[in-house]
Unconditional design. Structure first.
Length: 271
C-alpha cells in the first residue's frame, strides 16, 4: 500500500499556508500519496457548490514540485441522489483536474454527501438517480479517468451492489474503471452492529480503487490512526492479503499537530 494524506486534514493550516507548502510537510512525515479534496485546496480551487472549479495551473505547480508523489482529486458530487450531466461544466472540470494531477492513472473520487434511505436489500432498491453513474463512468473512461465512490450513509456491501449494477450497464472496460473508496470506520459509526472489515474482505480486488483509514472511540474520531473501535491493523492485513497496492489515505481530523498525527498514523500501520 501507498500511505498518504488528504487535504481536508489541513483545514486549520490552509488559511496561512499554500497547498504546496502543506504537501511538503506531509512528505517530510512520510506521505507518498496526496488526495486533493475539494473545499480544502486553497489556491488550487475557486468557487463553491455547482460553481466550484479546480485551478489547473496551480494544481500543475503542486504536482510538478513533487514528481515522486502520486495524487488523486476528490470532490463532493450528489451522483447517487441527483442526475448529473456527464457533459456538464462541473463534471468536465473535475475530470480535467483529475487528469492534471493523476499522471498515468488519473483518478477522481466522488462522494455524495446526501443521506440515503439504506441499507438496500437488493439491486431493485437502488434509486434511478444512482444508475446515472453509468453515464458518468462512461465519460470518465472515455477520458482515461478511473472513478471511485464513497457514501457514509450506506454500508460497503451496498456500495459494492451499486458498482456491480452499474458495471452490468456498461462495457467491460468502462466497468473496470469504476470502483469504491471503502472507509470501514464511517460504516462502523453509522452501523455499529455491522462488520465493515468482513464487507471489505468480500470485495473483489479490482473494485477497491483507494481506501481511507481513520479511527474512533466512543463516537469520537481519534486524532491519529491507532487502537480504537476499528481494528486498523486487521484492515491493513486484509488489504495486504488481497494484494491491494494502491493508496491508503489517513483521513485524520484537522488539528494543530496534524502532521505529527500523520506520522504516528504511518508508524502505527507500519508496526
Amino acid at each position: 500500500m501507498i500511505f498518504g494524506a488528504i487535504t481536508n486534514s489541513w483545514r486549520e493550516q490552509l488559511p496561512s499556508h499554500t497547498v504546496k507548502e502543506l504537501v511538503a510537510a506531509a512528505v517530510e512525515k512520510g506521505a507518498k500519496h496526496i488526495e486533493l479534496r475539494q473545499t480544502c485546496l486553497g489556491e488550487c480551487e475557486s468557487g463553491a457548490g455547482d460553481d466550484w472549479r479546480p485551478n489547473l495551473e496551480e494544481l500543475r505547480a503542486v504536482v510538478e514540485a513533487y514528481p515522486s508523489l502520486t495524487f488523486d482529486l476528490a470532490m463532493a458530487l450528489p451522483c447517487l441522489t441527483q442526475k448529473i450531466d456527464p457533459e456538464g461544466d462541473m463534471f468536465q472540470a473535475a475530470l480535467a483536474g483529475a487528469k492534471m494531477v493523476g499522471g498515468s492513472q488519473p483518478h477522481l473520487r466522488v462522494v455524495d454527501p446526501a443521506p440515503l434511505d439504506g441499507p438496500w436489500s437488493s439491486p431493485s432498491d437502488i434509486p434511478e438517480e444512482a444508475l446515472g453513474l453509468a453515464g458518468l463512468a462512461t465519460e470518465a473512461a472515455r477520458q482515461g479517468v478511473i472513478m471511485s465512490l464513497e457514501n457514509s450513509s450506506l454500508p460497503i456491501r451496498n456500495m459494492a451492489m451499486l458498482v456491480e449494477q452499474v458495471r452490468s450497464m456498461v462495457s467491460e472496460s468502462v466497468g473496470a474503471g469504476l470502483g469504491l473508496c471503502p472507509d470501514p470506520t464511517n460504516q462502523l459509526r453509522r452501523f455499529p452492529d455491522s462488520d465493515p472489515l468482513a464487507e471489505l474482505d468480500a470485495l473483489p480486488l479490482d473494485m477497491i480503487k483507494i481506501v481511507h483509514f481513520k479511527q474512533m472511540g466512543g463516537g469520537e474520531t481519534h486524532p491519529s490512526v491507532d487502537e480504537g473501535d476499528l481494528d486498523c491493523l486487521r484492515m491493513r492485513d486484509l488489504l495486504n492479503a488481497k494484494g491491494y497496492a494502491g493508496a491508503a489515505i489517513m483521513e485524520i481530523p484537522s488539528d494543530a499537530e496534524v502532521f505529527d498525527n500523520l506520522e504516528s498514523s504511518f508508524q502505527f500501520l507500519n508496526s
